[in-house]
Design a protein around this ligand. Sequence first.
Ligand code: ASP
Length: 337
Amino acid sequence: MRFPGAHILSVTQFERADVERIFEVADNMRPYAHRERMTKVLDGAIMGNMFFEPSTRTRVSFGCAFNLLGGEVRETTDIKASSLTKGESLYDTGRVMSGYSDIIVMRHPQAGSVAEFARASRVPVLNAGDGPNEHPSQALLDLYTIKKELKSRQQTIDGMHIAMIGDLKHGRTVHSLSKLVGLYEKVKFTLISPAELAMPADTVDALRQRGHEVVETEDMEKGLVSNDIVYLTRIQEERFGSKTEADLYRGRFRLNQAIYTQYCQPNTVIMHPLPRDSREDANELDNDLNQHPSLAIFRQTDNGVLVRMALFALTLDVCEQIDKSSREVNWYTERRF
Ligand code: ASP
């Protein structure tokens, strides 16, 4: 695909070569994200960070990524404080906001809403999550992390075994991630969820059509055996009719040290898009795995900055100019990455 000026709305826009290009640019962002060097390549540029659904990581890491490239960030975070509550259409909001920014990042609770907004926008729009539909930047950072973790084990994405666990019906991260992994070869997917919360059938069919093996099961213990990656998700309570309905599934699948030791291969990578639901009745990923070397959840969050910097650099077409304004940082930076 041609990146300059493009909206990033769905992972279905990408070919494998596009994903590899994003990863290559993300690798080049490492010294900047790790505070070894700084760049002002986006000096003067404005990013509109519009979040109409709760978010910590995605909102802050998109903002941080833009700042690290030298740009300014303007936040709109409360749907009640925006004119959308006065009946304004997403189209009008998109047309107006694109006059105030050079690029827009948007999250909204309705599937398809970010695409609707983008149709009116005169600047690139990056989908930061549209309801249960898609979360492209999360899938990219997840796959980038998978690639790095497997590489350190002399393995590749092609041929890997991945288990996805939890609310696969409403979880947009697993929707985007499985489509993205689908671009690779000969992957085995084990999809572990209550039958009512299974991965959408069209996504499963598309994976099978591309030659991947897909096993769907409600038996977590059997499903955990022989995976390179286990990717847990929380019950997406906000997408159920009621809390009582979500409670039926909460805590159904949990990974902790004892279960990991009993069923997983010794170095299976543990991932989660976060937030993990650490309340006692849920606790899908236990704190007793926090010191485990294969727990990659905080490497995922660090990698998110690199990947989001890459998306800005590609869509605003500055990849070749980044090093021109590069210099050492002049404040104290303890090694933290
Ligand atoms: N943070 C992720 C998302 O926005 C996962 C989650 O909320 O469970 O979809």
